[in-house]
Write a new protein. Structure first.
Length: 143
């Protein structure tokens, strides 16, 4: 009897997501999670094995789509970090290209989800308490 592994299910979910039609409204404008990584990074590999396949289909992945960046290359135009990344993986939550949160290293699956969830909650709370004029770059968090 065939019993699918977690990796098989994650790959299948990623393929289905890639083939599904994308909606511009699905991802809030400006909010992204940048994974700064490098080749031969065992913690990056561990994140890829445990999280990467399911991330795009989670509430967090829909709220802050993942973009990848090699630590040895210049940052993309329009991206500003509070300080350079020194470790891989480093996960930087970006709002309109500006750093609004950071996770340095990969502390394991449970801690990663908790830390990312807290960063997204902080953005949602901060924007819910802004003045009527609102922030200069709104990064809505959809769950």
């Amino acid at each position: 009897m065939f019993q699918p592994t977690v990796r098989f299910i994650a790959i299948l979910c990623a393929l289905l997501l890639a083939l599904a039609p994308h909606s511009a409204a699905a991802a809030p404008v400006g909010l992204r999670l940048m994974m700064i990584e490098q080749t031969w990074c065992e913690w990056c590999d561990r994140w890829n094995a445990e999280i990467a396949g399911v991330y795009p289909i989670t509430d967090e992945g829909r709220a802050a789509p993942l973009v990848r960046h090699d630590i040895h290359t210049p940052l993309p135009a329009g991206v500003a970090l509070e300080r350079p990344a020194r470790y891989t993986p480093t996960f930087v939550l970006l709002c309109g290209g500006q750093e609004v949160g950071r996770i340095e290293g990969y502390p394991g699956e449970d801690f990663f989800w908790g830390l990312l969830g807290r960063m997204l909650d902080d953005i949602e709370k901060a924007q819910g308490t802004t003045s009527d004029a609102g922030p200069s770059q709104k990064c809505d968090v959809q769950s």
